[in-house]
Design a protein around this ligand. Structure first.
Ligand SMILES: *[C@@H]1O[C@H](CO)[C@@H](O)[C@H](O)[C@H]1NC(C)=O
Length: 422
């Protein structure tokens, strides 16, 4: 089943609010509803379902309101009515009274409710008594309806009811990995940022979360294009995120699973300035020795610091007698991998450090036939994203009204980060 649209009309047939779910009908069809109803009333053949040649109206009346669904043919009408009654019930719970005024006063909330109910199916946001009634009804219906349609099932399969925490907290980490390939003369040949938003959720009940990012499309849409914003590409979400909502207004709205999960990932194909840049001078004296001068430069802001930096420098497989000199960090030779690793625990922005290495080479060699593998760099820069993405807010709503603390962290790290050498 799929509802095309839902309308709420006043007693005269004027539209108070509407929601177009599928875009597959002309919203103007609602003009036909009231004349058709009046006609039926006059005939004395009123039914809760009215047919036109292009669609079917199924409606319920509450106080002076008509709550009407519009569908195209072949829907499970029982489910449609369950949905309509559910909508009415939820609105009563939210607004105490359901009448014309409560619709006008709560336009935004109703719009959201309509969205949620259909995205998630029935019960989630409501009183648990009702919830149980519907779950049993659903279960009963399942015998009759072999395939319960997405739109009307209790679809929060990723979270169970009754979760309880003493302290309600949410941890959100924005982790960006930088993939970068530069050639020996320092040109960035390829660079991209791959971001993941990781969450750890310790929340009781059935919370609804809303995450606001400095997303370019969103900020421009709201006339706030001047705020620093980021154009995300290739965005993928965890199944809990209501995609239709994101497509409509870029809101990231979800009932989270309990514990840890990846909320979303994204990609940015932008020219990234290498955060850590390596200059290398490698002098090979065949049959005798090879000497390295490696300069590492941090090209990010001074107030940031890269942690656990590792510069991994390939050396010939047959090198021996290593000798290192550096003022900062430590160097070790890993012969199994034919590399030396220069480790710097803490590398502040705007600095440069130098390391020198010296190896002996055997007098008989099969030199360099395998080409020269690139230098790799590993690092982590906390409190910093390369893309500039920021969490503007993380709202947590739960019907019991508890206060929950959101903790947000940012980190940029290396992905596939390679610098070719001469
Ligand atoms: C690096 O790339 C630039 C731009 O593509 C090119 O001009 C330069 O010759 C390249 N250097 C090497 C050593 O390949």
């Amino acid at each position: 089943m799929s509802l095309s649209a839902v309308f709420i009309l006043d007693v005269k047939g004027k539209v108070l609010i509407s929601r177009n779910y599928r875009g597959d009908i002309d919203m103007g069809v609602i003009e036909k509803f009231m004349p058709l109803l009046i006609e039926k009333e006059e005939e004395g053949t009123v039914t809760p379902i009215l047919l036109t040649d292009s669609c079917t109206f199924a409606y319920v009346k509450y106080n002076n309101l008509y709550i009407i669904s519009v569908t195209r043919k072949n829907v499970n009408i029982a489910l449609v009515f369950v949905f309509l009654h559910k909508l009415v019930q939820v609105m009563i719970e939210y607004f105490k009274e359901l009448e014309e005024e409560s619709i006008r006063d709560n336009f935004v909330t109703i719009y959201e409710l309509m969205d949620e109910l259909l995205d998630f199916g029935f019960p989630q946001t409501t009183d648990s008594k009702i919830l149980k009634e519907y779950i049993t009804q659903e279960a009963h219906k399942l015998e009759i309806i072999p395939v319960p349609p997405m739109a009307v099932t209790n679809a929060v399969s990723w979270r169970s009811a009754g979760i309880k925490y003493k302290k309600n907290e949410v941890f959100l980490d924005v982790i960006e990995s930088v993939n970068l390939m530069a050639n020996a003369t320092g040109h960035v040949l390829r660079s991209e940022i791959v971001g993941v938003v990781k969450m750890k959720v310790h929340l009781s009940g059935m919370p609804e979360l809303r995450l606001g990012l400095n997303d370019k499309v969103l900020l421009e849409g709201t006339g706030r294009g001047k705020v620093k914003s980021v154009e995300l590409e290739d965005v993928k979400f965890h199944q809990c995120v209501r995609i239709s909502r994101f497509e409509d207004d870029r809101t990231i709205f979800f009932v989270p699973p309990d514990g840890e999960f990846d909320l979303m990932s994204y990609r940015l194909n932008t020219q990234v300035k290498p955060l850590i840049w390596i200059e290398s001078v490698i002098e090979r004296h065949a049959h005798s020795r090879v000497e390295y001068m490696i300069k590492a430069k941090s090209q990010f802001k001074r107030r940031s610091t890269a942690n656990n930096v590792e510069v991994i420098i390939p050396v010939p497989a047959d090198a021996d007698s290593p000798n290192f000199k550096t003022g900062v960090g430590s160097v070790k030779y890993v012969p199994e991998q034919s590399v030396i690793i220069w480790s710097i625990k803490s590398f502040p922005g705007g600095k440069e450090f130098i390391m020198r290495a010296h190896f002996g080479l055997p007098s008989v060699v099969a030199e360099d036939s395998e080409g020269r593998p690139p230098i790799q760099v590993k690092f982590e820069i906390p409190y910093f994203t390369t893309s500039g993405i920021q969490v503007r807010y993380l709202k947590i709503m739960e019907k019991s009204g508890y206060q929950a603390l959101p903790w947000v962290r940012y980190i940029t790290q290396n992905g596939d980060y390679q610098l070719r050498t001469n």
